[in-house]
Design a protein around this ligand. Sequence first.
Ligand code: F6P
Length: 544
Amino acid sequence: MTTDRAELTKTHAWKNLESHAQKARGLSIRKLFSDDSSRGARMAIEADGIYFDYSKHLVTDETVRLLLQLAEESALRDRIEAMFRGDKINLTEKRAVLHVALRAPKGQSILVDGKDVVPEVHAVLDKMAGFAERVRSGAWKGHTGKRIRSVINIGIGGSDLGPVMAYEALRHYSARDMNFRFVSNVDGTDFAEATHDLSPEETLFIISSKTFTTLETMTNAHTAREWALKGLKDESAVAKHFVAVSTNETEVGKFGIDTANMFGFWDWVGGRYSMDSAIGLSTMIAIGPDNFRSMLNGFHRMDEHFRRAPFDRNLPVIMGLLGIWYNNFFGAQTAAVLPYEQYLKRFPAYLQQLTMESNGKHVTREGQAVNYQTGPIYWGEPGTNGQHSFYQLIHQGTKLIPCDFIGFMEPLNPLGRHHDLLIANVFAQSEALAFGKTVEEVKAEGTPDWLVPHRTFEGNRPSTTILMEKLTPETLGTLVALYEHSVFTQGAIWDIDSFDQWGVELGKALAVRIIPELENKAAGPMKHDSSTNTLIARYVNSKK
Ligand code: F6P
């Protein structure tokens, strides 16, 4: 059943959830568990190498039933099919949204404007693989005949966060005789620190930018060119030390990179969904083409699951719905992502762009103001470090923060008791959040009365535990796709365009106006507000 999309809060499912939430706010996770000894095993889904335990949530079977009803009434199934079919579901940019095509196996067919895009995807993958092999083996030589030892990806947003997250996540599988660095910030420190100990003769720059016009990336790319040519002293060296990843062949040519050294992708790949495209070139050089393909395979497994599994066993759907439950019916403002895996240290930062650039929207796809909350704030850090930093607030603060705990059964670096201690902490934290510690329990420990309130844990704080066997290229792919599709699920229900990002434009345009004012090249007097005018004047004076 399709609803009038501007009327989300008037749907049956939404109204039912609202009245159900009144009662659910009184739920006790302790009681839910004591009333049902099978809850822990029952409220878990196992699929594609992921064990997804959602039993420690403030939900009953009725909650899940109503959330699934919301998914049905929001025509989620149709939306999923529209994406996989290549419909232009990014309405404001009139584009298809086909990151799923980037990991479609050879032989599958996905049409955009009547053209099958899968053969092109594989042609680019093959070209990337050939190049990656040459760089890894040393067959690709720099201008002076030396092999490449350092690869620097220059990009920002989706052209940086995916590559750096994947490199860090899969560092265990990477070529250890090479350096991989990532420059994103227009702050010159980023470039200076990334290159200070490198030789231009042995350095390859990958300029990654979908548009090839992004201010930060182009500024860093020009600085890189100057840095390389200062050492190599010959314009023709650019061909051996610079490659481009972009959809914009014209701009790549203008920059001076031979378009034979360009790896393309397509406008139907959103920046934050691009780590599987040629934007992943640095990842492929780091881990090798076979590992890269197995990462794609992991993504594809989750794509298939999302497309085909019934909603009540569908991991991204259930995950997305649980997020909606807290965001829209419990007033939760944020969600924490807590990987207990040091290699996933950039995963929360990656997810911030994926989730917040996608679902930080204030109007529906048709442009009507929403009268409900959309995307929550995502944040997090690897455990156990976060435990000694912000977990206090999650346990005893006044805010409800649903958490995702992510753990792996098998360590990549087995060292004494480390892994058991790490995993003990995953389980202990979710247990403490859910069940807390009652006044009676605290008193029974002999705690003096005045200290009892401080040592009491309310509990009843929801979390999901995501367990996987081992962090590999394939499991990383599956995990990232789980979040991608959960973001999709939420965007579909909120009826927003999860694939545009107009909110970043105003700041960019204002910066372009301010730059000449800082450089004393502005045509007339400054016309900002009195605060901005004063700040600019202060900076300009300090330069004198
Ligand atoms: O400013 C936001 C954004 O457009 C992101 O969506 C994108 O990932 C990033 O900038 C970088 O864009 P590009 O790859 O075109 O340089």
